[in-house]
Design a protein around this ligand. Structure first.
Ligand SMILES: C[C@](O)(CO)[C@H](O)COP(=O)(O)OP(=O)(O)OC[C@H]1O[C@@H](n2ccc(N)nc2=O)[C@H](O)[C@@H]1O
Ligand SMILES: Nc1ncnc2c1ncn2[C@@H]1O[C@H](COP(=O)(O)OP(=O)(O)OP(=O)(O)O)[C@@H](O)[C@H]1O
Length: 320
């Protein structure tokens, strides 16, 4: 096999609570993550030599994004093309771990907003780990993928689909999971009764490290159990009452756009309006697909041009 093409999904954090700040600077957290059907296209091709090349481009083009997000700092749209790209690091570290000197051409077609809290870079990295494993005849359940993924970033194990099965570590992206530790300890959550989500990205991104640096660990953390119970019961209305994000407070301090966007979403009668991850994208649950489509066009009319609706990943996953 010479080339593998996969589609990296985005994620939403329906719940995120902080439990402690660790000595290594990371936070112990409790988060409920759902993979959604907004994808980057990831193509990994073997090279004759041992170089790794990454070419990332926006789909639609960068010019269209700039037009949609006037005032956006252009650096947000500059996805690193070389060793700074998490996709490069994924290929490089996995080949080192398996003792290979294979080279790869990696092409990324990005549709997931960057610095949005939707996990685009982590999802690309997980796709590249799977692709390199397939190109180098490494079994997809090999624990090396898991250990390299966890080193690359706290969200990578979720996208690797590291929710455990009796057979070991499966190799397709998680659909929904409870993540603890720094995000790398995962337990699958069954999904039912989900309506479409409306997601919108303001003209400003947020750095994950900056948001964590400004956060406060609460003396009495909230638990995700009520949300998970509502998810198990398939009760969409109850679910939205338990959407929560402890990182929303520091994100709101760092960017005035978060409050503006959440207010615009609430005015559309969307439920459970909340920040995803460390922001700056926000999401809410619509009552129906029609409500979602109408909300997206109204958000766009109010200046939130990068607005779209998504649904949890279908089962079985088409992404392997
Ligand atoms: C906000 C979330 O997306 C929620 O799923 C994740 O917690 C962030 O995951 P990620 O982007 O993969 O983050 P990493 O690349 O591992 O870490 C970036 C920075 O965020 C902070 N960080 C991240 C994860 C964590 N549990 N505690 C932290 O304090 C650290 O300062 C770290 O240097
Ligand atoms: N493959 C990649 N795709 C997007 N950004 C990348 C990639 N590799 C490196 N980066 C850099 O990482 C930064 C943040 O990436 P990403 O878009 O995944 O953030 P995020 O959505 O806030 O992530 P998370 O939810 O995991 O905190 C980007 O602004 C970019 O500079």
């Amino acid at each position: 096999m010479q080339a593998v093409t996969t589609y990296s999904p985005a994620k939403l954090n329906l719940f995120l609570e902080l439990h402690a700040r660790r000595d290594d600077g990371y936070h112990e957290l409790e988060t409920v993550m759902v993979a959604v059907n907004r994808y980057d296209r990831v193509e990994v091709r073997r090279r004759e030599d041992s170089k790794i090349r990454v070419v990332a481009r926006w789909a639609p083009s960068m010019a269209v994004w700039q037009q949609r997000l006037p005032g956006l700092d252009a650096s947000v749209l500059q996805i690193p093309q070389g060793a700074g790209n998490l996709a490069y690091q994924a290929a490089d570290r996995l080949r080192e771990a398996i003792g290979s000197d294979c080279g790869f051409d990696i092409q990324l077609e990005k549709t997931i907003p960057a610095g949005a809290g939707m996990g685009g870079a982590s999802s690309n990295a997980a796709s590249v780990l799977r692709a390199v494993a397939r190109l180098c005849d490494v079994p997809l359940h090999d624990p090396l993928l898991w250990s390299v993924g966890a080193q690359l970033g706290s969200d990578v194990p979720f996208f690797l689909g590291a929710t455990r099965t009796p057979a070991g570590l499966p190799a397709s992206p998680s659909r929904a999971a409870l993540a603890t530790g720094r995000g790398e300890q995962l337990r699958a959550i069954e999904l039912s009764g989900m309506n479409p989500f409306v997601v919108a990205f303001p003209p400003q991104s947020l750095s994950t490290a900056a948001v964590y640096a400004a956060c406060q660990v609460p003396p009495e953390p909230q638990a995700s159990e009520p949300l998970r119970a509502a998810m198990a019961a398939g009760d969409a209305g109850l679910m939205t009452q338990h959407f929560f994000n402890r990182l929303a407070a520091p994100a709101r301090q760092l960017s005035p756009w978060i409050d503006r966007l959440l207010a615009a979403m609430r005015a559309l009668d969307l439920n459970g309006c909340q920040l995803t991850g460390s922001g700056s994208a926000c999401f809410a649950m619509a009552r129906s697909k029609r409500h979602a489509i109408r909300s997206v066009s109204r958000l766009a009319a109010r200046g939130f041009q990068v607005s779209f609706f998504v649904s949890p990943l279908p089962l079985p996953s088409p992404l392997q």
